[in-house]
Design a protein around this ligand. Sequence first.
Ligand code: ZN
Length: 377
Amino acid sequence: MQLAQQVNRITIPRPDDWHIHLRDGALLRTVTPLAAAQFGRAIVMPNLTPPVTTAPAATAYRERILASLPPLVTGGATTPPPFSPLMTLYLTSTTSVEDIAAAAAAPHIVACKLYPAGATTNSASGVRSIDGLWPVFEAMAAADLVLCVHGECADPDVDVFERESAFVRDDLPRLVAAFPTLRVVLEHVSTRDGVAAVTNQAPGGRLAATVTAHHLLYSRAALFRGGRLRPHLFCAPVLKAESHRASLVEAVMGDTSGRFFLGSDSAPHVRASKLGEGGAAAGVYSGRDTLALYAEVFEAAGGEEWVAKFTRFASVNGAAFYGLPPPDGTVTLVRGDYPVPLVVEVVGGGGVTDDASVVVPLRAGEMVHWRVEAAEG
Ligand SMILES: [Zn+2]
């Protein structure tokens, strides 16, 4: 019977988050320690204001990330394991092959991020058409830098629920065909069309996808639950119909190619940016409980092998795709009912009543059913 097989503790190789937004300043100092408590490495997105478009800017940002972590207490039993941010450049219409060469020469820069202009938070500098970037993609392929793609068509006339499908239909095939040696990650895949592009690629294809916890857990109905608009679940790409969510779960659970891996797209905004007159900024803050949320998905849908599937998705596939060593150390998750606070306070902010000083985490006021117990380096 099912209950007899229930596990209450799992220990897996320390996972990596292949897509995270850590922001900057006080918000950076707030969310980075929570990421570092769960992950050994993370690919940090470059959509700051202004965006991170050069290797020196990425290196400086990496130093700010590392400085946001509590100092290591060496020798103590509670020493947190090291956290290594992996950096990305933000591609613009003025990115040059020299910028790519500088990125390839920088030890911690592993990828460049393609944003369609206007698709999401701080994407105004993004690219209107991928055609102008052909020399850049060529240089990236030659340098073996990974291309991370926000795969949504930027045409405002295209229906918001159709934008990923339009990109996958109109842009992705010619990109992949033109640069067969370029590794491409379709970030935060949210549709069955995106899943199919990854699953049905030709043998030897170099297309992979990250999948967020929120796109695995929620369909667009959750945005309107109880007849109320839920701004904290608004993200880009927007949550899709249930049939799309189901296709994501099926693809991840059935993945034998190693082409689907963990990328939380945790994207914190202070509450003022979610509730203000200007409208809700796109982004779900899942980073407080990332591993718990994913574990829930795998336990519910992964069958008897769910821990093995979770391990491959969280701790194996991404490093293999990026050509990086397997993780160091382990992380242990413990089952329970753990309440998620209504807000995460921004360090040095004005307290819980100040909308500019709090972030509302995914599941705020509800429960998650796993938590990270301990990590070993
Ligand atoms: Zn993102």
